[in-house]
Design a protein around this ligand. Structure first.
Ligand code: ADP
Ligand code: ZN
Length: 436
């Protein structure tokens, strides 16, 4: 078998051995968790005082969930399981949905995280011969430093470009012959839209691969990125509460995102009943850290929605795969009573060749009714400027969206490059409806 792999012993481990490892690591994690004031109380309430109270992985169900609000409530030190002097770094979430959460790391935690990221990078076929330009922000956000250390461990030449400054990104790519980049999908689309203005053609770049993540995106968006740059793009899923990038990543086969189950226990639960769901059913991702000393988290409710992919991946890795993230449970929009995920709108928009690379969803109140407005940029190459053609296009987009989401939105067409671009995670939804 000729599969690029970083840690074959762990990545190809038989399921029963992997589950034995998980049980031992879960008990160890319980010991760490019981050192935090937060878990002492929470676990005592659930009748769990000793690691031996967990006899098998099935007993995981007796452990209470941990929520984002719990993390916010324990801010800043309530979930710290080691003495402060043993910690060497902290990261916070981006705060997309409110106050950020904090995660501490010991030196061993960082080393372990780096190993997980190295596995992900190698699984995509990237090697020490690649030149890696990291276009995500360096700082509290985990995408910068997380990928950085993993790529160095693999032995790639790393360009720590950080986010933004598109003309400098393109200069660096040209001068150093960057072969692999890491960016949000929305930024890569923006970068492509900027090529002409910067006098650069895609073939002047030696780009081979992109790691895209940090924000929800559809399969159509991935394909668009792959076609525009003529590269392979791999989905990267992570969250600061579970370290950051390195949680789950696509391998060369792109059949779902392998989640490293020696490092995390993965569950999918129904967000309403909180009952675990079988393979194939969509629900909320719940994760337990198995190796993290400084901030162990038990059954953390990520609020991200996905399902487990059945069957085996041709690469031979035994770690289960998550399907592309559908969005966050709190992303769902209710428009005149109809439930809509922004990802459904994106998926349809990216299938329409005349649509450009950026879009925005706006919600307004008109009397007692909701109005859904979809603003989308045009593809410069296919735009003729004929007003009748624009009217037809607006109608066609509206009808196509209605077939996908059951609500006909008002469509606004915008010139290429005219909608706001974010350097970090894209903000796709603006809800102007008054809160009750
Ligand atoms: P915040 O939760 O404040 O955005 P993070 O920086 O920790 O903070 O971001 C993690 C979140 O980003 C995840 O919980 C998920 O919602 C989103 N995310 C990360 N990677 C992906 C991905 N590949 N696809 C979809 N969403 C993603
Ligand atoms: Zn695979």
């Amino acid at each position: 078998m000729n599969v690029p792999v970083w840690n074959p012993a762990l990545e190809f481990m038989e399921r029963d051995a992997l589950e034995r490892l998980q049980l031992a690591a879960l008990r160890k994690t319980l010991v760490w968790a019981l050192k935090t004031p937060f878990y002492q109380r929470r676990l005592a309430d659930a009748g769990l005082k000793h690691p031996e109270d967990i006899a098998s992985l099935r007993d995981l169900r007796n452990i209470p969930y941990t929520t984002k609000d719990d993390l916010r409530g324990a801010y800043p030190h309530g979930l710290l399981a080691v003495e402060l002097e043993r910690t060497v770094r902290l990261h916070t979430s981006s705060g997309t949905t409110g106050m950020p959460t904090v995660i501490y790391h010991t030196r061993q935690d960082l080393d372990h995280w780096t190993e997980l990221v190295a596995r992900c990078i190698v699984a995509t076929g990237a090697t020490a011969r690649d030149v890696f330009q990291n276009m995500t922000s360096y700082g509290l956000f985990t995408g910068g430093l997380g990928l950085h250390y993993g790529a160095e461990r693999v032995g790639m030449l790393v360009i720590p470009a950080s986010s933004g400054n598109t003309s400098r990104q393109l200069q660096l790519m040209k001068n150093f012959r960057t072969t692999v980049v890491h960016a949000t999908p929305s930024y890569l689309l923006h970068l492509h839209a900027s090529l002409a203005g910067e006098g650069v053609t895609p073939d002047q770049l030696g780009l081979r691969k992109a790691f895209i993540g940090a924000e929800p995106h559809s399969e159509q968006t991935r394909r668009k990125i792959e076609d525009l740059f003529d590269i392979d793009a791999y989905n990267s899923y992570g969250l600061s509460e579970m370290n950051g990038p390195g949680v789950a990543f696509e391998c060369v086969h792109k059949t779902g995102l392998h989640c490293w189950e020696d490092a995390y226990i993965l569950e999918i639960v129904d967000p309403r009943t909180l009952q675990p769901l079988p393979e194939g059913e969509t629900g909320e991702i719940v994760m337990t850290t198995l190796q993290r000393q400084a901030t162990p988290l038990l059954r953390y409710r990520t609020r991200d929605l996905s399902h487990l992919v059945g069957g085996n991946c041709p690469c031979g890795r035994t770690h289960r795969r998550l399907a592309r993230i559908k969005g966050r449970s709190d992303d769902m929009l209710i428009v005149n009573g109809v439930n809509i995920f922004p990802s459904q709108i994106e998926d349809m928009l990216m299938r329409i060749p005349e649509v450009g690379t950026n879009y925005l969803i706006q919600l307004e109140k008109r009397g007692s009714l909701d109005r859904l407005l979809v603003k989308t940029e045009l593809n410069a190459r296919l735009f003729t400027g004929d007003p009748r053609a624009l009217d037809d296009l607006r109608d066609r987009i509206g009808e196509l969206l209605r077939s996908a989401i059951l609500v006909k939105p008002t469509v606004e067409l915008h010139e290429p490059g005219s909608l706001p671009v974010s350097e970090g995670k894209a903000r796709r939804v603006v809800d102007l409806r008054p809160a009750f």
